[in-house]
Ligand binder design. Structure first.
Ligand code: 3SL
Ligand code: MG
Length: 240
């Protein structure tokens, strides 16, 4: 079985993901937000591409829905939360449905439709993602959301760490790009190289150091949300 990797939401090709086990990674910050919200009791997350789509869903019932996400890393006017995972506490998200739109992450999730499974991954739940992928026993494609269609160091290193966790348990054949992610992670296993990512610097400039600290923590959550039929939920048994 193989592990392949796609470097940005703009590079997803249907034929590469069809019937594969996919994990979408946007560690800064969309998938860190989704994993955190689900871990804090959010019922489900609906990822959408446009602000208009998000508003039209949430307007149906403003008690039930929370609007979250960003444009240019900033809170969207009229939304409840920005794209800071620290805002998605249990007080805010428990028993609610989060409708989220972000620049790269939600595009990457929607772009993965057609895969057999679409898991939501970040550093904060990386080991749990690796375990689920091993259980699914299928070819794996790791999708990096990237940043505005460009390769992003943060998602790549996070992928390298997930690959490392997988290979510690089971042998997989790696494509050259997957091998490179694993190699790069092993060159910087303390994750320091993530600090060179342009998007890391952008978040730093916005004085969101606490977000960066949180998103760079490893394995603090043992749950793996899955996207299926337009919604992200925590399924007890991932569909096989
Ligand atoms: O790329 C995305 O989808 C966002 O996570 C970007 S940001 O970190 O919120 O700016
Ligand atoms: Mg990102």
């Amino acid at each position: 079985m193989k592990i392949d990797l796609i470097i940005s939401a703009d590079d997803i090709k249907k034929e590469k993901v069809i019937d594969k086990s996919v994990v979408v990674i946007d560690m800064l910050r969309a998938t860190s937000v989704i994993v955190t919200a689900m871990n804090n009791g959010c019922d489900e997350v609906i990822p959408v591409v446009t602000i208009e789509e998000a508003l039209s869903i949430a307007d149906k019932d403003r008690e039930k829905y929370i609007l979250g996400g960003e444009r240019k890393a900033l809170k969207i006017e009229g939304f409840d939360c920005s794209n800071s995972p620290l805002e998605y506490t249990s007080q805010v998200v428990a028993n609610k449905t989060l409708v989220i739109t972000t620049s790269n992450g939600t595009r990457a999730i929607k772009g993965s439709e057609g895969a057999r499974n679409i898991l939501i991954g970040a550093l904060i739940n990386a080991k749990a993602v690796a375990e689920k992928l091993i259980k699914l026993n299928n070819d794996i494609v790791i999708i990096n959301a990237g940043t505005y269609g460009q390769f992003s160091i943060d998602d790549f290193i996070c992928s390298g760490y997930i690959i490392d966790c997988i290979l510690k348990e089971k042998q997989f054949e790696l494509t050259d790009i997957a091998k490179t992610a694993h190699y790069l992670y092993n060159k910087s296993p303390n994750l320091e190289f993530i600090k060179s990512a342009s998007h890391f610097k952008r978040i730093e400039e916005l004085k969101l150091q606490e977000d960066l600290k949180y998103c760079c923590k490893r394995d603090i959550i043992g749950r793996v949300p899955e996207y299926k039929e337009g919604r992200i939920r925590l399924f007890d048994n991932l569909s096989e």
